[in-house]
Design a protein around this ligand. Structure first.
Ligand code: IMP
Ligand code: MG
Length: 176
């Protein structure tokens, strides 16, 4: 680990703010929160507890990386949603948007299923390497172009359980 980028306290504070904002914006709507596994798991479970509204949950498992730090741009749906989203106000919850390739694919895929609306809430936004234009309505933190792990984010499936977001030492992944 190189350094802690976002502490537990900072995350908790920002998550509360996002939850409050979401509760205002989705009041009276049929909110369906869709988590993109596995990266969203810690963020989503903290976030939904701060959204003071009735809502439902569904999950999708996608895979785009393999055990490297560069996105391939090829998105594979490993597990699809369980229910139809037609007529629902869908909020996609992601861990991080990097190139934007995963999310732009997902947003188009979701829109084709005729939801009432589709918006995106991402814990982290790494705008420097964006390749696909994608709108992110709710962003936890903008971060510089560094590979981060923790609070759900992994490197080769490790580090997801760290309660904070930290920068991995380049030696860890440059050796591979
Ligand atoms: P994108 O398609 O390049 O936007 O990549 C999105 C996915 O890549 C995210 O959902 C993460 O799983 C992964 N990812 C991108 N950057 C990082 C990072 O810094 N740390 C860990 N995972 C990352
Ligand atoms: Mg991932």
């Amino acid at each position: 680990m190189k350094s802690i980028l976002i502490s537990e306290e900072e995350i908790a504070k920002r998550v509360k703010e996002l939850g409050k904002q979401l509760a205002e914006d989705y009041k009276g709507k049929e909110l369906l929160v869709v988590g993109i596994l596995k990266g969203c798991m810690l963020f989503l479970s903290d976030l939904v507890r701060t959204i003071d509204l009735p809502l439902t949950l569904d999950f999708m498992v996608v895979s785009s990386y393999g055990a490297t730090t560069k996105s391939s741009g090829v998105v594979r749906i490993v597990k699809d949603l369980e229910r139809e989203i037609e007529g629902k106000d869908v909020l996609i919850v992601e861990d991080i948007v990097d190139t934007g390739l995963t999310l732009s694919y997902l947003v188009e895929n979701f829109k084709a299923r005729n939801p009432k609306s589709v918006k995106v809430c991402s814990l982290l936004d790494k705008p420097d390497r964006r390749k696909a234009q994608v709108e992110i309505q709710y962003i936890g933190f903008k971060i510089p172009d560094e590979f981060v792990v923790g609070y759900g984010l992994d490197y080769g499936e490790n580090y997801r359980n760290l309660p904070f977001v930290c920068v991995l030492k380049p030696e860890v992944y440059e050796k591979k």
